[in-house]
Design a protein around this ligand. Structure first.
Ligand code: XMP
Length: 519
C-alpha cells in the first residue's frame, strides 16, 4: 500500500545514475513523485494516475534495437511529458524524429543559447541569454518529430531544448536534475507546476495525515513491534506509528553496549519522557560482549551482532505475546528498483544488518511508513512530528555500533576508551559549528600501541584515528577538510582526557577506495 496523493508525477527510469535526483527535485517543488523502471512504467501509470510524466536518461542508445522504449500508453495518455537526455532521444525516435550516433559526444559543462520562448523557461530564461547546463550524451537528436520546435541550442546539440506546445511535450539534451545545471531545479519546477498545473501542496503535514490513515487501515486491531536502533529513521517511524495506533505499538530498544556516549539515555528519555511512548529497554551488553570475545574478523563481528540482535528482539517479542507486524524505517533509496545496465550481482562489501529475517521467522508482516521518503524528507517529517532538532539532525550510526570502529577484538574496556574519545571529538565539532556540514564523524580505536612521553614518563598506549566525511547518501564520500588548528586541538584534548590513547591520526581516505566505516 502506498500514499496516493491525487497530484503526482511518474518518473520513468531508463537506468541513468541520477534518476533519483529527478525525484528529489520534483519533491522539492512540492509535488509527489515516484520512480518506476521502464519495464514497470505501465503498471505504475495505472496505479498512480499521475498528472505528468518525466523520462530519465540512460546509458543505453535508442539506436540499439534492444534499447528501452517508452510504453505506448504513456505517449497516448495526453499528459504533459518531459524527456531528459535519453528521454528526449527516445521521444524523437518513437514520434518520428531522428537520432544519430555521436562520434563526439558532449560530457560535462556546456552553455546553451536561448533562441525562443518556452513554458519551461517561464520567469527564468529569456531569448538571447546563455546558460550553463550539464551535458552527458553520445547520441543526439538530428531531426525533430512533427509538431516540435527548437527553443535552445548548444555547440554540440542543435536541439538542446525542444517543445511541442500543443501536446505539452518538452525535452532537453542536458540534465536539469544535477547541481551542475544551476537553474535545473527551477526548470523542473516549471514543468510540474506551470506545465502540469500542479499546486505544490505535497508537504510533510499532508504526508503525516495520509500515512496515519494508511497505517490504521493496514494494522487494524493488530499488534506492531518496532526495533529502535537509536537512529533517526526507526525513531521517526515509531513516533508516526504511535500517533496512528497508540498502544498497539511496542517499541523495543536493544542496547548492545556498543552505543555512543549518552545515546541510550537519549533514546530512552526521548520516548518515555518527551513522547510518553512506552519503551522496552533491554540491556543485552553482557551477552554481546561475551559473544564478541576472541572475535576480530570484521564479517564475523557483523554476523554475530546481527544474529544476536534478532535473537534478543525475538525473545522480547515473545514476552509481549508476539506481534502481527514488524515496523521498520526503510527509506525510498532502498526500495527503488533501478534498472541496471551493467548486469551481474553486486559484490557484498560488508553485510549491513537490520532486523531482516525476523518477519519470516515470526510470521510478521511489515509496516514501513517511510518507504516513499528520502533521508532529508524523513528529517523534515521528524521535525513535523516534534522530534528535537538535535535528534533529527544526528549523523548516521551503523547497527553494529562501536564494534566496527574497534578493529581487532572488542572489549568493554576498549569500547569505553573509544566512547570517551568519540565524545570529545563530536563536542569539538559541535563547538566549531561544523556538525551539520559533515555527513558523519567518529573516532576509531586502533589495535596498535605506540610509545609516547607525557610529563616525565614513557607511555605505551593505543592510537586513535579520526574520521569525518561529506556525502549525500553514504554511497560515495569525501573527507572533511578540517584546518590543522582544529585537528590539533582535538588531538590534544583526546590525549589529555582519555586514558589509554597517546596518539591521534586523521583518516584522509575518500570512498571509494575506502569505505566510511573501518570495518
Ligand atoms: P560504509 O562503511 O559501507 O558505510 O562506507 C556507508 C554508510 O552505512 C553505514 N553502515 C551501516 N548502517 N548497519 C547500518 O545501519 C550497518 O551494518 C552499517 N554498516 C555501515 C555507515 O555508518 C555509513 O553511513
Amino acid at each position: 500500500m502506498t500514499v496516493q496523493p491525487s497530484d503526482s508525477i511518474l518518473i520513468v527510469d531508463f537506468g541513468s545514475q541520477v534518476t533519483q535526483l529527478i525525484a528529489r527535485r520534483v519533491r522539492e517543488a512540492g509535488v509527489y513523485s515516484e520512480i518506476a523502471p521502464f519495464t514497470m512504467a505501465e503498471a505504475a501509470f495505472e496505479r498512480m494516475q499521475p498528472k505528468g510524466i518525466i523520462l530519465s536518461g540512460s546509458p543505453a542508445s535508442v539506436l540499439d534495437a534492444n534499447g528501452p522504449r517508452i510504453p505506448q500508453v504513456l505517449l497516448d495518455s495526453g499528459l504533459p511529458i518531459l524527456g531528459i537526455c535519453y528521454g528526449q532521444q527516445s521521444l524523437m525516435h518513437q514520434l518520428g524524429g531522428e537520432v544519430t550516433g555521436g562520434d563526439a559526444g558532449e560530457f560535462g559543462r556546456a552553455f546553451i543559447d536561448i533562441n525562443d520562448t518556452c513554458a519551461l523557461f517561464n520567469g527564468l530564461w529569456s531569448i538571447g541569454e546563455k546558460h550553463q547546463v550539464w551535458m552527458s550524451h553520445g547520441d543526439k537528436v538530428t531531426s525533430l518529430a512533427p509538431g516540435f520546435r527548437p527553443v535552445a541550442s548548444s555547440a554540440g546539440a542543435p536541439f538542446a531544448v525542444i517543445a511541442n506546445d500543443e501536446k505539452r511535450i518538452y525535452a532537453m539534451q542536458f540534465h536539469p536534475e544535477v547541481v551542475h545545471t544551476p537553474d535545473g531545479g527551477k526548470l523542473l519546477k516549471n514543468f510540474v507546476r506551470h506545465v502540469c498545473g500542479l499546486t505544490g501542496d505535497w508537504t510533510m503535514a499532508e504526508f503525516r495525515k495520509t500515512k496515519i490513515a494508511e497505517i490504521r487501515e493496514q494494522v487494524g486491531s493488530g499488534k506492531v513491534i518496532c526495533g529502535l536502533s537509536g537512529g533517526v529513521d526507526s525513531a521517526v517511524a515509531a513516533v508516526l506509528i504511535h500517533e496512528a495506533i497508540g498502544e498497539q505499538l511496542t517499541c523495543v530498544y536493544v542496547d548492545h553496549g556498543l552505543m555512543r556516549m549518552g545515546e541510550s539515555e537519549q533514546v530512552v528519555s526521548l520516548f518515555r519522557g518527551h513522547f510518553n511512548i512506552p519503551l522496552v529497554h533491554v540491556d543485552a551488553s553482557t551477552l554481546f560482549m561475551k559473544g564478541l570475545e576472541g572475535v576480530s574478523d570484521p564479517e564475523a563481528k557483523r554476523k554475530f551482532i546481527g544474529k544476536t540482535f534478532i535473537d534478543v528482539f525475538e525473545d522480547e517479542a515473545k514476552k509481549i505475546g508476539g506481534a502481527d507486524f514488524l515496523a521498520q524505517g526503510t527509506l525510498y533509496p532502498d526500495v527503488i528498483e533501478s534498472v541496471s545496465f551493467t548486469g551481474g550481482p553486486s559484490v557484498t562489501i560488508k553485510s549491513h544488518h537490520n532486523v531482516g529475517g525476523l518477519p519470516e521467522r515470526m510470521n510478521m508482516k511489515l509496516v514501513e511508513p517511510l518507504r516513499e521518503l528520502f533521508k532529508d524528507e524523513v528529517r523534515d517529517l521528524g521535525r513535523e512530528l516534534g522530534l528535537p532538532d538535535i535528534f533529527v539532525g544526528r549523523h548516521p550510526f551503523p547497527g553494529p555500533g562501536l564494534a566496527i570502529r574497534i578493529p581487532g577484538e572488542v572489549s568493554r574496556e576498549r569500547a569505553d576508551i573509544l566512547r570517551k574519545a568519540d565524545a570529545v571529538y563530536l563536542e569539538e565539532i559541535r563547538n566549531a559549528g561544523l556538525y551539520d556540514a559533515i555527513w558523519q564523524a567518529f573516532a576509531v580505536l586502533l589495535p596498535v600501541k605506540t610509545v609516547g612521553v607525557m610529563g616525565d614518563g614513557r607511555t605505551y598506549d593505543h592510537v586513535c584515528a579520526l574520521r569525518a566525511v561529506t556525502s549525500t547518501d553514504g554511497m560515495t564520500a569525501d573527507i572533511y577538510p578540517f584546518d590543522a588548528a582544529f585537528l590539533s586541538r582535538v588531538a590534544t584534548r583526546i590525549i589529555n582526557e582519555v586514558k589509554g590513547i597517546n596518539r591521534v591520526v586523521y583518516d584522509y581516505t575518500s570512498k571509494p577506495p575506502g569505505t566510511i566505516e573501518w570495518e
